[in-house]
Design a protein around this ligand. Structure first.
Ligand code: ADP
Ligand code: MG
Length: 626
């Protein structure tokens, strides 16, 4: 074995990153310490876990702690831990390369964000923050594996680093930092203690500055909720997630029976947090008696609540349980049920008590709730109250199903909804004619997920949900002004029959049938589905996901009392061959496709509209003046 330093090159993206960091003028340079402590704490967690499951760990008696030392004269700083340590290969792997192209993603984000401290830890490049304050960094590490020896990794933040065998008797990692001229302030007890307090207060191992513990290492979740202030919850959230915005909601759950649970959970304000994190994975931190046994546990909450962040601790989870079997115990079943219940309850309360915050929640996480309605079979009654809709009466505001139910008219037992692509087109849909006339409210379902969701949500509190394009729709109440045809304008069955024939001839196989509508009021016609079951929603879902899916043809319903229809019938009577007739039929049909979000062929539509206009204008122009 040679003791000559062996020189290696950093990967290109690491070189680029180091160049930026070591020349940076960021004011938040102090966060380098947070990143080093966070790595030390990870390493301590990991060795703690090894000791529970593996008998052969070097130096099992060492105190699990982080120690910070400094020399004001020499302008040096040392951060050491008794964590899991690194072998020679791990030093190369962890400090010489960056997995998941985190560096590139980080650099991109940095261009846009400017606030380095908010993001650096999220990309798996936290260690390199040390080069904001260091001229030279030496990392000496000895792995917990009894057969491994110690190695020193040294870099000046340029393009290379060296590796040398080292003398280090005990397990863990020591990082020695030669501070830059302008970073001498960090070699001070006061300053170091202040930074630890600010950024690493909740790290669960002691962090010593010289011989003094600088963090409270309190397991916040093991305190009584009455002892914890709002600020402490927010600070805990920040240290847990690196999200610098306050959470929307926190829950502190304390139960003793049937299982011991101590949990602090958060609902973030926004959805995109951590998109580029090294561990983009969701999940809760799972502790047993303050020992971290799993980082991203996914079994504690139903999948659709994966936006929830936090910590769960239970003394009833056996410490030596293997990670894989954690999910299968009965205790876990109890915990999951309790957490799910509490999260849904808190969200329902937020909806009732703070509609403004709930709106923020709904905009960020509404899709997850819809997923919950579809997936949480059996628990739907808990989830459905979290849904919000815009409706034909809400003027753009969000309405809960309970509000809808409270406004139902006399005799109404169904909840009506319309599916469509956007609010503007559903609001103008002919399907709404008859419902508006009866003062019936209609839910506007314009999110692609909605079609998927209503297939599962067949009813709410015993009130069935009904699609307004249901061909057998029966409506309660009387229309305010019934769509009654003035006797003078009434079309004879014979004349109306000819009109229907004409529509059938022109549209051919593009419609399943053409018939009179009993419900239309202000619109000349509408399209209804030939199927009345949930297949309609499924067709909608398929149209969105399958590129060349063609929806089954629909039934065209005609409003016998509408002036346009009546005039058209008369033109058919008197000028059977007038080209305007077929043009009008085609255009009425395309209008309906547009309203249904079925996208007619625009290449045919524009010339047709032009022709209709030409004929209409020509017919209106006084004769002989051209
Ligand atoms: P991240 O912590 O997000 O993985 P870092 O750049 O902070 O990214 O650290 C890179 C890797 O280096 C860590 O994942 C870990 O494997 C290793 N590492 C860093 N510091 C230590 C330490 N004190 N003890 C053991 N391993 C460490
Ligand atoms: Mg890190």
């Amino acid at each position: 074995m040679t003791t000559q330093p062996e020189s290696l090159e950093f990967k290109a993206e690491v070189q680029q990153l180091l160049h930026i960091l070591s020349h940076s003028l960021y004011t938040e340079r102090e966060i380098f310490l947070r990143e080093l402590i966070s790595n030390a704490s990870d390493a301590l967690n990991r060795v703690q876990f090894e000791m529970l499951t593996n008998a052969d760990v070097r130096d099992p008696e060492l105190e699990l702690a982080v120690r910070i030392d400094f020399d004001e004269e020499a302008k040096t700083l040392t951060v050491s831990d008794t964590g899991i340590g690194m072998t020679r290969d791990e030093l190369i792997e962890n400090l010489g390369t960056i997995a998941h192209s985190g560096a590139m993603a980080f650099l991109k984000k940095l261009e846009a964000e400017q606030r380095i401290g908010d993001i650096i830890g999220q990309f798996g490049v936290g260690f390199y923050a040390v080069f904001m304050v260091a001229d030279k960094v030496s990392v000496t590490s000895r792995s917990y594996l009894p057969d491994e020896s110690a190695w020193t990794w040294v870099s000046r933040g340029d393009n290379t680093y060296t590796l040398t065998p080292a003398e280090k008797e005990t397990r863990g990692t020591t990082i020695e930092i030669e501070l830059k001229e302008d970073a001498a302030e960090f070699a001070s007890a006061w300053r170091l203690e202040q930074i630890v307090k600010k950024h690493s207060d909740f790290v669960s191992f002691p962090v010593y500055v010289k011989d003094k513990i600088a963090n409270q290492q309190a397991a916040l979740w093991r305190k009584s909720p009455s002892e914890v202030t709002e600020d402490e919850y927010n600070e805990f959230y920040r240290q847990l997630t690196l999200d610098f915005e306050k959470p929307l909601l926190h829950l502190h759950i304390v139960t003793d029976a049937p299982v011991d649970i101590r949990s602090v959970l958060f609902v973030p304000r926004h959805r995109d947090r951590g998109m580029f994190r090294m561990r983009p994975d969701h999940g809760l931190k799972l502790y047993s008696r303050k020992v971290l046994i799993q980082e991203d546990n996914k079994d504690m909450l139903p999948e659709y609540l994966r936006f929830v962040e936090g910590v769960v601790d239970s003394t009833d989870i056996p410490l030596n349980v293997a990670r894989e079997s954690v999910q299968s115990t009965r205790t876990m079943g109890h915990i999951k049920k309790a957490l799910r219940g509490r999260v849904l309850k808190s969200l329902r309360e937020l909806g009732e008590e703070n509609p403004e915050d709930y709106k923020v929640f709904w905009e960020a996480f509404g899709p997850f709730i819809k997923e919950g309605v579809a997936m949480d079979f059996g628990g739907r009654d808990d989830v459905a109250p979290l849904l919000r809709f815009t409706t034909s009466k809400s003027n753009g505001a969000l309405v809960a199903l309970s509000e809808y139910a409270a406004r139902m008219i006399e005799g109404q037992n169904d909840i009506y909804y319309i599916l469509g692509d956007d609010l503007a087109s559903v609001a103008r849909s002919p399907h709404l004619d008859a419902l508006k006339a009866r003062n019936l409210e209609v839910l506007y379902l314009v999110d692609p997920l909605d079609a998927f969701m209503v297939q599962s949500l067949r009813e709410y509190e015993d009130k069935p949900l009904k699609n307004v394009d249901d061909p057998d729709l029966q409506l309660p109440g009387e229309p305010e002004s019934p769509p009654e045809t003035p006797a003078a304008d009434a079309l004879s069955p014979e004349v109306f029959g000819k009109l229907i024939m004409r529509f059938k001839n022109v549209l051919g196989e593009r419609v399943a049938d053409v018939r009179e509508s009993k419900l239309l009021k202000d619109s000349p016609c509408r399209l209804v589905s030939p199927d009345s079951g949930p297949e309609r929603e499924m067709q909608r879902v398929r149209r969105l996901v399958e590129q060349d899916y063609t929806a089954p043809v629909k039934i065209l319903e005609i409003n016998r009392g509408h002036a346009l229809i009546q005039n058209l019938a008369r033109v058919i009577e008197s000028q059977f061959a007038n080209p305007l007739i077929d043009l009008t039929v085609e255009q009425l049909f395309d209008n309906l496709l547009l309203l249904e979000g079925l996208h007619p062929n625009p290449a045919q539509m524009a010339p047709r509209i032009q022709e209709v206009l030409e004929r209409a204008v020509a017919a209106s122009a006084p004769a002989g003046e051209a």
